[in-house]
Design a binder for this molecule. Structure first.
Ligand SMILES: CC(C)(COP(=O)(O)OP(=O)(O)OC[C@H]1O[C@@H](n2cnc3c(N)ncnc32)[C@H](O)[C@@H]1OP(=O)(O)O)[C@@H](O)C(=O)NCCC(=O)NCCS
Length: 334
């Protein structure tokens, strides 16, 4: 039998830099309620959301991903030609084929291996873990991870269960070798018995032929599941990193809904003084983009800084979930 060689890579990895893209157009609850049978007070009370951003015609999913990726590369000091793998997490790229990642890689001037990850709102944390293991395993020198969504084109604006929640944006990080480990072991899994809870369905009359699917969600089922099941997953990732909850500086959960974040934080019994990401209030739920966008918002607003230890956890359609403890990276433009 021929003896096959295997690679070994970096002994430790970290996020080297983070970039984001927030679409220009700010959308208030009042604007949402021009079409949706709801009101600002109900939306803020039930979800915490005050505003969100919707991409314009000139801000495609590929454009947003490319902007965020360029910013991440620049702040990391890594050239596109040094990237061996591009992993793009999304549920709103309009086609299964071709995937978005190779197109974004090409726009960046890269011929890296490039593929999309479909893990709903948990996509970024899945992709981050895969990227870290690729670098540790030696199959990638540097990897680029992108979470991007254009959910505004995948929504029925009259659906009371989704129209006020979802939004658009992109975030990206470069993962590479590091002296000290900055990405802890992942705690992840799925519960496909609940796959019906968040789905994409053929369109209603409000969407054009260009966007034939809309998101549908059993919001109450998500609410019953996430704040409780995810507390155990978060504890597993803290333990996997060899830390305790007292070692954390920041908590960055997927920005699903402020009530889910607050309930999860309470269930985790986070010590006082830990900064909690609440970007959902300004940005809505941007699914696979929400974790990097929330990190950027926390650093920009001075609630956290590069070098802080943060617990990430993301969860959503699948139902899929992933969590890891990380060291926050430098953020582009700050
Ligand atoms: C979507 C969500 C806000 C709905 O809140 P809820 O408390 O479960 O609401 P319900 O569907 O039980 O409806 C409660 C009441 O509000 C009304 N209502 C529902 N949607 C409404 C809306 N958009 N505006 C105004 N009223 C609304 C209902 O008609 C109902 O009225 P009633 O009590 O008179 O019958 C909530 O379930 C939620 O946040 N779930 C998690 C969703 C999420 O974040 N998903 C992210 C996936 S990653």
């Amino acid at each position: 039998m021929a003896r096959i060689s295997q690679r070994t890579g970096a002994s430790a990895t970290a996020m080297l830099g983070l970039g984001v893209y927030r679409p220009a157009r700010l959308v208030t609850n009042d604007e949402i309620c021009e079409v949706l049978d709801s009101n600002d007070e109900w939306i803020q009370t039930r979800s915490g959301i005050r505003t969100r951003r919707f991409a314009g015609e000139d801000e495609s999913l590929l454009d947003m991903a490319t902007h965020a990726a360029r910013a991440a590369l620049e702040v990391s000091g890594i050239g596109a030609e040094q990237i061996s793998t591009v992993i793009l997490a999304t549920s709103t790229h309009a086609q299964h084929t071709p995937a978005a990642a190779p197109i974004v890689a090409d726009r960046l001037g890269s011929r890296a291996a490039a593929f999309d990850v479909s893990a709903g709102c948990a996509g970024f944390c899945h992709a981050l873990s895969v990227a870290s293991d690729l670098v540790r395993g030696g199959n990638a020198g540097y990897a680029l991870v992108i979470g991007v969504e254009k959910l505004s084109t995948f929504m029925d604006p009259t659906d009371r269960g989704t129209a006020f929640i979802f939004a658009d944006g992109a975030g990206a990080v470069v993962v590479g070798p590091a002296e000290d480990a900055g990405i802890g072991p992942v705690a992840w899994g799925s519960d496909g018995s609940q796959s019906h809870v968040i789905t994409q369905q053929p369109t209603c009359q409000h969407n054009s032929a260009e966007h034939p699917m809309v998101v549908q969600m059993e919001g109450t089922a998500v609410f019953r599941w996430a704040p409780f099941a995810m507390a155990d997953v978060a504890r597993e990732s803290i333990e996997g990193a060899g830390l305790t909850i007292d070692d954390l500086d920041a908590f960055v959960p997927h920005q699903a809904n402020l009530r889910i974040t607050e309930t999860l934080a309470r269930n985790l019994k986070l010590p006082e003084g830990i900064a909690i990401a609440r970007d959902v209030q300004d940005s809505g739920n941007t699914s696979a983009a929400s974790v990097p966008l929330a990190i950027e918002a926390m650093v920009r607003q001075g609630q956290a800084k590069a070098g802080d230890t943060a617990l990430l956890i993301a969860f959503g359609a699948g139902l899929s979930f992933a969590s890891q403890v990380v060291t926050l990276p430098p953020v582009a433009g700050l």
